[in-house]
Design a protein around this ligand. Structure first.
Ligand code: BES
Ligand code: ZN
Ligand code: ZN
Length: 477
């Protein structure tokens, strides 16, 4: 993130000024605008023009009518996203923002502005920054506390990182490379990282991860990230688990649907979520013992690729009949979920682009979630979902759904029937848990073909803001 946000005492008319205002209350304009400017502003207000640009000698003044009678945070994030186009158009590199609406909306506005200004430029010729907005942003001290600003920048930095990881193609981001990226982040943010190489994964007998990796010529990795501050509020750790399939061809059950393959670099978005959550938590120094597990491989066709009908022995000793090599995510997650048992965790949250069924049921606007954690935890995470506008819909894990996983030859098979695929996938994962647990299928919102306001195209970093908000509330509960 190559920009900075400063809190200053009194943003003044000598700066490029962005005034957030309510069109029904123009009492602040007097020293700022002359009569003809004011009459133009009134005209704009009457005609639903919400951004007005006034050129000044060397400087500019922008008025943005964000509204003030709507308490929805999402409205202000969307407004923040909208100003980016104006600022880029006029090539504004320094801006001071003043909030005259009377509503404490600056945090959300900044959030939308910074998220909406994200761009993935690594492979574009010429120097281009990851943020296309102004390099120096000043805000008035009274509009945002230092603590809130620090936390906001922590979670936005983490979301940028998650988006970058998803947007990286497999030609760069192999499982090995991802584990190296995790190690670098650990060093810069302050969490510890242990990386298991293939030999260690073999020694542990992580049969799910090894089976999926068989068709690949690059080895798997299993990363263990840990943040353990001095006085954590939790005695037993919270464990995050993220699906790290750096590319999913489907294996020999090659993905048949038109357009399905071209976005499958996104199949490590669950890993990106938990890495991002770890980055945000450590940058904000939340007093929480947090662990993240990332099993990583690609899923390919290859001479030695695993095949339908193969029976594999998982890390927990269960046998699984593989009936579709495209249902690979649950195999690598299952090994990580079993590994999580050793921590006797207070709570485990797993994130995965797991099923097409999740996409079909809710599209890009919500996350399918399910699990056995306490009602109070579910209420907390749903509330976080509303707050950050990454909304959750719970699906049931009734035992009847588990019947679809019965195998004639093994303890279970890796696919269910033709219906409720996101639930049968959840039932499969449940088999490998013995602790309070929630599973989040983010296949819908993780990757967008075209932008949705501040959710920029391709990797969205979904889940990072959700988990961070949840953990913030968890530490305060
Ligand atoms: N990675 C896919 C799920 C996916 C679909 C992610 C669309 C993002 C967008 C997953 O590994 C998969 O292929 N699941 C199969 C499972 C089936 C074979 C039981 C699916 O949902 O079709
Ligand atoms: Zn798959
Ligand atoms: Zn997959």
């Amino acid at each position: 993130m190559n920009f900075s946000v400063h809190r200053i005492d009194r943003p003044g008319l000598n700066d490029n000024l962005l005034i957030l205002a309510d069109k029904k209350n123009l009492s602040w304009v007097d020293p700022v605008l002359n009569t003809s400017e004011l009459s133009y502003l009134r005209h704009a207000a009457d005609n639903n023009i919400d951004i007005v640009f006034f050129p000044r000698e060397n400087k500019c003044l922008i008025v943005h009518f964000t509204g003030n009678n709507n308490k929805e945070q999402e409205l202000y994030r969307r407004a923040g996203n909208k100003i980016i186009a104006t600022l880029s158009h006029y090539k504004v590199t320094d801006i001071s923002i003043v909030n005259k609406t009377g509503i404490p909306l600056l945090c959300d506005y900044l959030e939308g502005m910074i998220l909406g200004g994200y761009q993935f430029t690594k492979y574009k010729s010429g120097l281009q920054d990851s943020f296309k907005g102004p390099k120096n942003i000043s805000i008035s001290k009274e509009d945002l506390s230092q603590k809130k600003l620090t936390d906001l920048l922590a979670v936005l930095f983490a979301t940028y990182k998650a988006r970058d990881l998803v947007n990286e193609p497999q030609s760069y981001l192999t499982a090995v490379k991802m584990s190296e990226e995790i190690e670098i982040l650990g060093k810069t943010c302050g969490f510890s990282v242990e990386t298991f190489d293939k030999a260690k994964i073999q020694a542990l007998k992580m049969g799910g991860l090894l089976a999926v990796n068989k068709g690949s010529f690059s080895p798997p990795r299993f990363s263990v990230l840990e943040w353990k501050p001095k006085n954590p509020v939790n005695k037993k750790p919270i464990v995050l688990v993220g699906k790290g399939v750096v590319f999913d061809t489907g294996g020999v059950n090659l993905k048949p649907t038109q357009g399905a393959l071209d976005m499958m670099k996104c199949d490590m978005a669950g890993a990106a979520t938990v890495i991002g959550a770890m980055v945000a938590t450590t940058k904000a120094k939340l007093p929480l013992h947090l662990i993240a597990l990332v099993p990583a491989t690609d899923n390919r066709i290859g001479n030695d690729a695993y095949l339908p009908g193969d029976i594999i022995t998982m890390y927990d000793g269960s046998t699984v009949e593989v009936l579709n090599t495209d249902a690979e995510g649950r195999l690598i997650l299952a090994d990580a979920l079993h590994y999580a048992k050793k921590y006797d965790p207070e709570l485990v949250l797993d994130f995965a682009t797991l099923t097409g069924a999740a996409v079909r049921s809710l599209g890009q606007h919500a996350i399918c979630y399910m699990g056995n954690a306490a009602k109070s935890v579910k209420q907390m995470i749903e509330k976080s979902g509303e707050t950050v506008f990454e909304r959750l819909v719970e699906f049931p894990l009734w035992k009847e759904y588990g019947a679809a996983l019965k195998s004639n030859v093994a303890d279970l098979k890796n696919i269910g029937g033709p219906t409720a695929g996101q639930i049968t996938a959840g039932k499969f994962l449940e088999h490998f848990t013995d602790y309070p647990w929630l599973h989040f299928d983010i296949a819908g919102p993780a990757f967008l073909r075209s932008p949705d306001s501040y959710r920029t195209k391709e990797g969205t970093g979904v889940g990072v803001r959700l988990v961070f908000n949840f953990l913030q509330n968890y530490t305060n509960a």
